[in-house]
Write a protein that binds this ligand. Structure first.
Ligand code: HSE
Length: 311
C-alpha cells in the first residue's frame, strides 16, 4: 500500500442563480491540493497549511481533517493520517473553498487506505461533515460537484439524494472573485425566512427550465432560465460592483450571470470559449472602475471532479 497520495479538489459554483442550495457545478481551476500521508498515530491531523495563514491547524476545526476523520471513524479509527493542505482557493470566496479541501481530503484518505468506499458518490456525506464546520449548514451543493464533477442536483441533503446531470459540450464559466471575504454563515442570515408563493412559482419555473436546458443542451433555454428573484436581491448588496459585473457579462453575450454561492464571486455561463473570453474581458473592464483587487477565471465545466495527482 502506498504511504502517501496527492489529490486535487476543484472549485465549484453553487446555486447557479435560481438553484439555491440544490444546484452546482465544478470548474477546472483553481483548486486545493491535499497531500495525505499514513501515520502510525491514529486519527487525522493537519501537518501544514501552505498558501493561507488564517485557517485552523486544530483537527477538530479544519474542514479537511474533520472530513478525513469522519471517513476514518466509519472505516477504521485506528488508522492515522497527516494532511498537508496547499490552499489555492481563498476562504470566503464563494467558489467552494472549504468544499475543495474537504473533498480532496476525503478522496485522498479513501484512496490511501485501499478504497473501502467503492462508489465516489458515497464519499459525499463524509466531505459534507467537513464543509459543515465552515458554512454552518449541512448542504452538498459545493461538495457534490467538486467531488463528482459536472452539474449536480442536490434533491435532498437529508437523506442525501444527489443527481449528476450531463453537461452541454460548449458550456464555459467565467468567474470574477473580488478580494473581499464573505462568510457563508453570515450571508445566510440575510436571506428571507418567508417567500411569497408567486416568487416560488417563478423561481421553480426557472430552475425547471435551467435543468431542462442543461439536459437538452438548449443554450437559449439555459439563458432564459438563469434568473434568481429570491436570493440574489437579498445578497447582491454585499458584493461591490455586482450590478456592473452582471450587466457587463450579459451585454457581452453571456447566457446568464449571478452570484457564485454566497459570494463575493460573480459567475457567468457562456456558449463557447470565444464568447467566454469576451465576457471575461468586459467583466474585467467593468471592474476596472472599482478600486478592488480581483482574480479572474475562465473554465470549461469540470467533468472529472476530484482526482489523484499522478507524478
Ligand atoms: N448554497 C449555499 C449558499 C452555498 O448559497 O449559502 C454556499 O457556498
Amino acid at each position: 500500500m502506498s504511504q502517501s497520495i496527492r489529490v486535487y479538489g476543484p472549485a465549484s459554483v453553487s446555486n447557479v442563480t435560481c438553484g439555491f442550495d440544490v444546484l452546482g457545478f465544478a470548474i477546472e481551476k483553481p483548486g486545493d491540493i491535499i497531500l495525505a500521508e499514513l501515520s502510525e498515530k491514529p486519527g487525522a491531523r493537519i501537518k501544514k497549511i501552505i498558501g493561507c495563514d488564517t485557517l485552523p491547524i486544530n483537527p477538530l476545526e479544519n474542514v479537511a481533517s474533520v472530513a478525513a476523520q469522519s471517513l476514518l471513524d466509519h472505516v477504521d479509527p485506528t488508522i492515522g493520517i497527516d494532511l498537508t493542505i496547499y490552499k489555492n482557493i481563498k476562504p470566503g470566496s464563494g467558489i467552494g473553498s472549504s468544499a475543495s479541501s474537504a473533498v480532496a481530503a476525503t478522496f485522498a484518505v479513501n484512496q490511501l487506505i485501499g478504497v473501502p468506499i467503492k462508489n465516489t458518490f458515497d464519499l459525499v456525506p463524509f466531505a459534507m461533515q467537513g464543509e459543515q464546520i465552515a458554512s454552518g449548514a449541512f448542504h452538498a451543493d459545493n461538495v457534490a460537484p467538486a467531488l463528482l464533477g459536472g452539474f449536480i442536483i442536490v434533491r435532498s441533503n437529508d437523506p442525501l439524494d444527489v443527481i449528476q446531470l450531463g453537461t452541454p459540450p460548449d458550456l464555459y464559466a467565467v468567474v470574477i472573485h473580488p478580494d473581499v471575504q464573505i462568510k457563508t454563515s453570515e450571508s445566510r442570515k440575510l436571506l428571507p425566512v418567508l417567500v411569497p408563493l408567486k416568487d416560488v412559482v417563478t423561481q421553480t419555473g426557472n430552475l425547471a427550465g435551467l435543468v431542462a436546458g442543461l439536459l437538452q443542451h438548449d443554450y437559449d433555454l439555459i439563458g432564459r432560465s438563469m434568473h434568481d428573484i429570491i436570493i440574489e436581491p437579498a445578497r447582491e448588496g454585499t458584493i461591490p460592483g455586482f450590478k456592473e459585473l452582471k450587466k457587463a457579462a450579459l451585454d457581452a453575450g453571456a447566457l446568464g450571470a449571478g452570484i457564485s454561492g454566497s459570494g463575493p464571486s460573480v459567475f457567468a455561463l457562456c456558449k463557447g470559449e470565444t464568447s467566454a473570453q469576451k465576457v471575461l474581458d468586459e467583466m474585467k473592464s467593468a471592474y476596472g472602475n472599482f478600486n478592488i483587487n480581483y482574480d479572474a477565471y475562465i473554465s470549461a465545466i469540470n467533468k472529472k471532479g476530484t482526482i489523484e495527482i499522478l507524478d
